[in-house]
Design a protein around this ligand. Structure first.
Ligand SMILES: Nc1ncnc2c1ncn2[C@@H]1O[C@H](COP(=O)(O)OP(=O)(O)OP(=O)(O)O)[C@@H](O)[C@H]1O
Ligand SMILES: [Mg+2]
Length: 512
């Protein structure tokens, strides 16, 4: 390797970057050695992605400097960054859904000349080899848009690795990954480091930071607050530096909820849907949080989509208030007589319109409710959206800015706020805390408790098992499209959920 491991490869010196009145980076300085993996941590909107974009040549700093291997550089365009050996997997996935996997891998070098066919064949060979090396099994002819979120996330990573970076920037690469896929990325990072590649890694999950990173930098409100070796700081210290206050426990204490069995508001009777989900029955009374666990691809997406009217049932029945309902579309689910809301997995594509303001996005599904005759009651609308933004800790000014001006995590929060405005009685939350910072997570947990305590019903899928353990009254574990195990109260533990998720026996059998 051309790098000497005793000198910094990346030196960021007193970087500042503002967007209008928003100071996204201020006085940010840190350095990273060759072959080192460095975490960048901070709340939603702290300035992490901004820093990555500066290092990727997408935006330019207002002041401050960047040195690479000791030489000051001006990264005016992504091309400059590429030339310097920098490759970035962005937080907002950049694959083009209408193009094949192969075409996406070849981008931006689209084949348009007479040699195109030959180049394509060569590229297909090279990409296959590259995938084999990474242990990635994705057919090259598949359209990127047909792949699930985790696979697209892995492709995004595979694509930057294909260009053999010397500096690898990973902006929340694991937010759409779980279990084995996170381990997969861990092995890639180890390989990269062994080859002298320097890695910047953004994540809201501390276990990953500990597993993958040597050093870290923490930003708060755009400002640099601390850089240190990972082992020099405890989790509590890191959390405190991130949120600027001490936080004793991630999860709020359980609220006492009425234990009297109430009639279910939502029921599924032996539903099958989407090709994955088979014969699933569940019953959700008001005031309950019903957890759904399962490794990726066990049918949870189909379950949530079917209950929201997004995909048709193949068989079985959905009942609301003890009467059968036919949900032909999400509009049916949203109807006030049913009032089911959903925070979907793919919030960027299914959840938000990036050019509309936060307020418009939040009130869109239920805009009719704010109509007074022919006019819109703008005050009522603003009050409702304002209250919802408050609940998810999004600044009030977000109401009037286009969602595209928001950090990734803040966009997620707006997608959640949307369903608070809709005043659903039944909420389907699909991994709602993905990409959300620690402080806001806690806020969201408290909000879920309060929603249930007030008589709301929540069906909740999370890829973070501790969330299911701490928040759910009951947990159903999906294995190959079926709920194989139900856990209640004291039975709910990470071990039991994992055992069932891996296809093992339920707790009683295991105990026998
Ligand atoms: N194009 C833009 N126009 C206006 N403001 C912006 C723009 N991009 C980012 N910002 C603002 O800069 C701040 C930092 O955003 P950034 O995306 O860097 O946060 P982040 O740390 O990556 O957060 P997250 O964890 O949510 O991804 C935020 O307040 C954000 O709203
Ligand atoms: Mg970000």
């Amino acid at each position: 390797m051309s790098f000497q491991s005793n000198r910094p490869v990346i030196e960021v010196d007193r970087i500042r970057k503002a967007f209008g009145p928003t100071i996204a980076n201020e006085d940010v300085s840190f350095s990273v050695m060759a072959g080192e993996s460095h975490a960048v941590l901070g709340e939603n909107g702290a300035g992490k992605s901004t820093l990555m974009k500066l290092l990727s040549g997408l935006i330019r700093p207002d002041s401050g400097s960047i040195r690479l291997v000791g030489r000051q550089v001006r990264l005016k365009t992504p091309r400059d960054a590429h030339a310097a050996g920098i490759q970035t997997a962005f937080q907002e996935l950049t694959l083009i859904p209408d193009l094949s996997v192969l075409d996406n891998m070849m981008m931006p070098r689209a084949a348009v000349n007479p040699l195109a066919m030959l180049r394509r064949r060569l590229a297909a060979r090279a990409v296959s080899d590259h995938f084999a090396e990474l242990g990635l099994e994705v057919p090259l002819h598949r359209l990127a848009g047909d792949l699930d979120l985790a696979t697209r996330q892995k492709l995004e990573i595979a694509r930057v690795l294909y260009r053999k970076p010397r500096i690898l920037l990973l902006d929340e690469p694991t937010s759409a990954l779980t279990g084995d896929d996170i381990d997969w990325l861990g092995r890639i990072i180890v390989d990269c480091k062994a080859q002298g590649v320097t890695v910047l890694f953004i994540s809201h999950r501390l276990p990953e930071v500990r597993a993958f990173c040597d050093t870290l930098t923490i930003l708060r409100n755009g400002r640099h607050v601390r850089s240190a070796p990972v082992e020099a700081v405890t989790d509590d210290e890191i959390t405190e530096l991130i949120v600027g206050r001490s936080m004793k426990s991630a999860f709020p204490p359980r609220m006492a909820r009425s234990q009297t069995p109430a009639a279910p508001v939502l029921e599924a009777r032996a539903i099958s849907a989407g090709g994955k989900l088979r014969d699933v029955s569940l019953s959700l009374p008001p005031g309950q949080i019903l957890g759904i666990a399962g490794l990726q691809g066990m049918g949870q997406k189909d379950l949530f989509a079917a209950l929201f009217g997004d995909i048709p049932l193949d068989s079985g029945e959905i009942r609301v208030d003890d009467a059968p309902v036919h949900l032909r579309s999400p509009a049916d689910a949203l109807h006030p007589s049913i009032a089911i809301g959903m925070v979907p997995e793919e919030r960027k594509t299914e959840g938000l319109f990036l050019t509309l303001s936060g307020k418009e996005n939040a009130s869109l599904p239920v805009i009719e409710r704010f109509r007074k005759g022919l006019l819109l009651d703008a005050d009522a609308e603003a009050r409702a959206t304002g209250a919802a933004f408050d609940a998810v800790e999004v600044a009030a000014r977000a109401q009037y800015l286009p969602v595209s001006a928001f950090s990734g995590g803040n966009q997620q929060k707006i997608a959640i706020a949307k369903w608070l405005v809709a005043q659903s009685r039944i909420l389907l939350l699909f991994d709602p805390t993905r990409g959300i910072d620690v402080g806001t997570k806690q806020q969201l947990y408290e909000w879920m408790h309060a929603f249930a305590a007030a008589g709301g019903a929540i069906l909740f899928h999370s890829t973070e098992i501790p969330e299911l353990v701490h928040l759910s009254d009951r947990v159903g574990v999906l294995y190959e499209g079926k709920v194989t195990t139900w856990l209640e109260n004291r039975e709910i533990s990470e071990t039991e959920i994992m055992r069932a998720a891996l296809g093992g026996d339920g707790p009683r059998e295991a105990a026998a």
